[in-house]
Design a protein around this ligand. Structure first.
Ligand code: MSP
Length: 521
C-alpha cells in the first residue's frame, strides 16, 4: 500500500473535446482505478488549460467574453469526465485565481530567487496553435503543418527561463530512469533533443499583447507564458503555494504524468528544468501515449476529422468506449478509429464475448443447479482441467508445472493474474486487456471441450465441477475488467453474488440476476 499521484494533461478549452481527449482521460482512469484496487491511495488529477492566446482567439471568434467562454467550455470537459465515468479526485483550471495562481506565482518566485529568470528580447515566430515559439525549419510552405496557419512574427521584451543551465542534469535523470520515460523509444527521442542542447525559454509575454493569464510576480506589465502557467497545475492542485498544502506534502512527486507524444518536450525538458531550479523533486515517470487517428491522420479540430465522444457514449455506453480504448488502441503507438472498427469491437468483444459467456454460464447454473454452486473439493476441481494446452500455459517449459496449470483456478491465479499485473505496472493496458480476452477464449474453449449442457444428463456431478470452474473464470474476468469497465464488472460480480468490495475467497456462487450486459446495436 502506497500513494499514487497520476495526472492527465490539462486540456485547452478552445474547442470541444474529441476522442483524443477522451482517450487520455480513459487511459489515466484505467491506471488510477487499477492502483486503487491494488490498495494504493490515489490522487488523480485532471483539468483545463484556460489562458493564452489560443483561448482568447476562440472566445473572440465566438463573440463572447473570455471568462464566460472558458467557463462554459470547461463545463463540457467536466461533463466528459463524468460521462466517461472518470474517477478523478480533483479538477483544476488555470483561471482559478484562488487555487491555481498562488502556487504558479510561488514557483516563478522560487525560480527567480535561484537567478534563473532574466529579461531579454525575443525575436521569432510564434504559433498560437502550439502556444509556442517555432522555427523556420518547423514550417511547410510558410505554415505550421500541425495547425495549418502562418505563425506570428514577434519581437518583444520577455522574461526568459535559464533552461540551458539544467540540460545536463535533466539528461542524466532521464538516462538513469530517475525520471523514467515510457516507452523507451520516447526516452531516446527526448535524449536526442536534449543532447543537441537546450536553449533558454521565453517565459512571459507583454501584458499589453496578452493580458489573459497570470501576472508575473512583481511586474504586471508581463503575463506568464501559458506553458509555464499550465505545467504548474500539477503542483497547485495539491495545494502548493497555499496554506492547505497537505496533499502537496503527501503526494508530490507525481508517480506518472500521462501525456500525448506531441507535448513530450514540455514535460520532459522544460518541466524538469523548472522543478530542478525551484529545488523540487521531479516526477517519477512520464507515460507518453500515441495518438488517435482518423483517416490515417491525428484526430484534431484543425484537420477537421474529429469524432464526438458524447455521441458514441450515448449510442454504445461509456463502458464500450472505455474497453475500445483499453483493448484496441495500443498505448505506445498511434491507433486508428473508425466507426466500423468500433462497432465490430463492441459486437465481438462485448456482446458476443464477455456478455455471451457470462449469460451462458449463469443460465446453465440456474437451469441445472437451481442457481447455486457450492465450492467442490480441490481434488475434484483439478480433475477437470483444460483438455488442451492453453495459449498461456504453452509458454511454460516444465511438463509437471504445465499439467498443474491446466486446472482453471490454478491457471488463473498463477499464470493469468501475474501476467496481467506486469502489463498493468508497465502501463501497457492494451496488453492487459489482451490477456483478459485470451482468458475468455480459453474459457469458451473449455465449454466446447466438455459440453456441460450435454454432460449434465449423463454425469451431473462432473458438470457441477465444470460449471464451478466456469463461474470462477467469469468472476476472475470481472475483477480483471474492473479498471476498464467498472459497471460491467460490478454487474458480473452481482450476477454471481460476489461482493465487489472485498476479494475474499469464494465459497459459493449464487445466481442473482442474469440480464444481458450489453445492448446489441
Ligand atoms: N494544454 C496543453 C497541455 C498542458 S499540460 C500542462 C495541451 N492541451 S490539448 O488539449 O491540446 O491536448 C491535451 C492532451 O490531449 C495532450 O496530451 C494531447 O496529446 C492529447 N490529444 C489531443 N489530440 C489527440 C489525439 N488525436 N489522440 C490522442 N491524444 C491526443 O496540449
Amino acid at each position: 500500500m502506497g500513494k499514487f499521484y497520476i495526472t492527465t494533461p490539462i486540456y485547452y478549452v478552445n474547442a470541444s473535446p474529441h476522442l483524443g481527449h477522451a482517450y487520455a482521460d480513459v487511459l489515466s482512469d484505467v491506471l488510477a482505478r487499477y492502483c486503487r484496487l491494488s490498495g494504493d491511495e490515489v490522487f488523480f488529477l485532471t483539468g483545463t488549460d484556460e489562458h493564452g492566446a489560443k483561448n482568447v482567439r476562440s472566445a473572440e471568434a465566438a463573440a463572447e467574453n473570455v471568462e464566460d467562454f472558458v467557463r462554459k467550455r470547461r463545463e463540457v470537459f467536466v461533463k466528459l469526465a463524468k460521462v466517461l465515468n472518470i474517477s478523478n479526485t480533483d479538477f483544476i483550471y488555470t483561471s482559478d485565481d484562488q487555487r491555481h495562481w498562488p502556487g504558479a506565482q510561488l514557483l516563478w518566485k522560487k525560480i527567480q530567487e535561484k537567478g534563473d529568470i532574466y529579461k531579454g528580447t525575443y525575436k521569432g515566430l510564434y504559433c498560437v496553435g502550439h502556444e509556442a515559439f517555432i522555427t523556420e525549419k518547423d514550417l511547410e510552405a510558410g505554415k505550421c503543418p500541425d495547425h495549418n496557419e502562418v505563425p506570428q512574427l514577434l519581437e518583444e521584451e520577455n522574461y526568459f527561463f535559464r533552461l540551458s543551465r539544467y540540460a545536463k542534469e535533466i539528461e542524466s535523470r532521464i538516462k538513469n530512469d530517475e525520471l523514467r520515460i515510457f516507452p523507451e523509444a520516447r526516452k531516446n527521442e527526448i535524449l536526442a533533443v536534449i543532447g543537441e542542447g537546450l536553449r533558454d525559454v521565453s517565459f512571459s509575454r507583454p501584458s499589453k499583447d496578452i493580458s489573459w493569464g497570470i501576472p508575473v510576480p512583481g511586474d504586471h506589465t508581463q503575463t506568464m507564458y501559458v506553458w509555464c502557467d499550465a505545467l504548474s497545475n500539477y503542483l497547485t492542485a495539491l495545494g502548493y503555494g497555499r496554506d492547505d498544502d497537505g496533499n502537496f506534502k503527501k503526494f508530490w512527486p507525481a508517480d506518472v504524468h500521462v501525456i500525448g507524444k506531441e507535448i513530450l518536450r514540455f514535460h520532459a525538458a522544460i518541466w524538469p528544468g523548472m522543478l530542478l531550479s525551484a529545488g523540487l523533486p521531479l516526477p517519477k515517470s512520464i507515460l507518453v501515449h500515441g495518438l488517435i487517428q482518423s483517416g490515417g491522420r491525428k484526430m484534431s479540430k484543425t484537420l477537421g476529422n474529429v469524432v464526438d465522444p458524447f455521441e458514441l457514449v450515448s449510442k454504445y455506453g461509456a463502458e464500450s468506449l472505455r474497453m475500445f480504448f483499453g483493448k484496441e488502441i495500443p498505448v505506445f503507438s498511434d491507433g486508428e478509429f473508425t466507426g466500423e472498427r468500433f462497432e465490430e469491437a463492441h459486437e465481438s468483444n462485448l456482446v458476443n464475448g464477455i456478455g455471451n459467456y457470462v449469460k451462458r454460464v449463469a443460465t446453465m447454473i440456474s437451469n441445472y443447479f437451481e442457481g447455486v454452486l457450492e465450492k467442490p473439493e480441490d481434488a475434484l476441481i483439478a480433475s477437470v482441467p483444460f483438455k488442451k494446452e492453453t495459449a498461456l500455459s504453452s509458454q511454460l517449459s516444465n511438463a509437471d508445472e504445465k499439467l498443474e496449470y491446466l486446472s482453471i483456478p490454478y491457471f488463473i491465479e498463477r499464470n493469468v493474474w501475474p501476467k496481467y499485473h506486469v502489463e498493468m505496472k508497465n502501463f501497457e493496458i492494451n496488453k492487459a486487456a489482451e490477456t483478459i480476452f485470451s482468458l475468455l477464449k480459453e474459457l469458451d474453449g473449455y465449454v466446447q471441450d466438455y459440453e456441460p449442457f450435454k454432460l449434465v444428463k449423463t454425469d451431473k456431478e462432473k458438470a457441477r465441477v465444470i460449471l464451478w470452474n466456469l463461474a470462477y473464470g467469469a468472476v476472475s474476468l470481472a475483477w480483471m475488467l474492473k479498471p476498464f469497465m467498472p459497471d460491467t464488472s460490478d454487474k458480473i460480480l452481482d450476477t454471481f453474488s460476489v461482493d465487489g468490495k472485498t476479494g475474499s475467497e469464494w465459497r459459493a456462487f449464487k445466481i442473482k440476476t442474469n440480464e444481458a450486459l450489453f445492448p446489441r446495436i
